[in-house]
Design a protein around this ligand. Structure first.
Ligand code: NI
Length: 181
């Protein structure tokens, strides 16, 4: 199961709206396993398929802490059916926006429907970190990032920083290319 390269801000791929999964088959489950491995390696607690460049409505989550038994969840075509009026604030981060964290307010609880890895239609009522994580990852499927939920001033600063990092990386790669001829 190979670890896949992560798509990093400001790559426009992150703004794509992912397509519904039409068939839960071996290729899809292989992608789910690769996503889990990529997420564990990062390490992270959630990952959407678009973050490894696959515009499919699938995400993986594992909230188990270090030293606990892994508890991988695969959500295919997840959809929020209901959100609580009560809201909560979590400090969020994103594997596509490395080393940046900000407080985001979202509904404290959600009810979602999704297909599991057997293609079975299930519902989950989630609160706490699971509710936040599900909403963060479902946002990814719609091309939405957690920085879209913070102030424009803060968001513009983050995007500017990541644009500069991407430019520096590209310049670095070019310089390395020159050195090897
Ligand atoms: Ni994210």
């Amino acid at each position: 199961m190979p670890i896949k390269p992560l798509i990093i801000l400001p790559d426009p791929v992150l703004r794509q709206v992912s397509k519904p999964v039409e068939r839960v088959d071996g290729a899809l489950l292989k992608l789910a396993d690769d996503m889990l491995e990529t997420m564990y390696d990062a390490p992270g607690i959630g990952l959407a398929a678009i973050q490894v460049g696959e515009p499919l409505r699938m995400l993986v989550i594992d909230l188990a802490k270090e030293g606990e038994t892994p508890a991988p969840h695969v959500f295919i075509n997840p959809e929020v059916l209901e959100s609580s009026d009560q809201r909560s604030v979590y400090e969020e981060g994103c594997l596509s926006i490395p080393d940046y964290y900000a407080e985001v307010e979202r509904p404290a609880a959600v009810r979602v429907k999704y297909l599991d890895r057997d293609g079975k239609l299930l519902e989950m009522e989630a609160g706490g970190l699971m509710a936040t994580c599900l909403q963060h990852e479902i946002d990814h499927l719609n091309g939405v990032l957690f920085i879209d939920h913070i102030s424009k001033l803060k968001r513009d600063m983050v995007v500017k920083k990541f644009k500069k990092l991407a430019k520096d990386r590209a310049a670095g790669a070019k310089a390395a290319g020159r050195m090897v001829g």
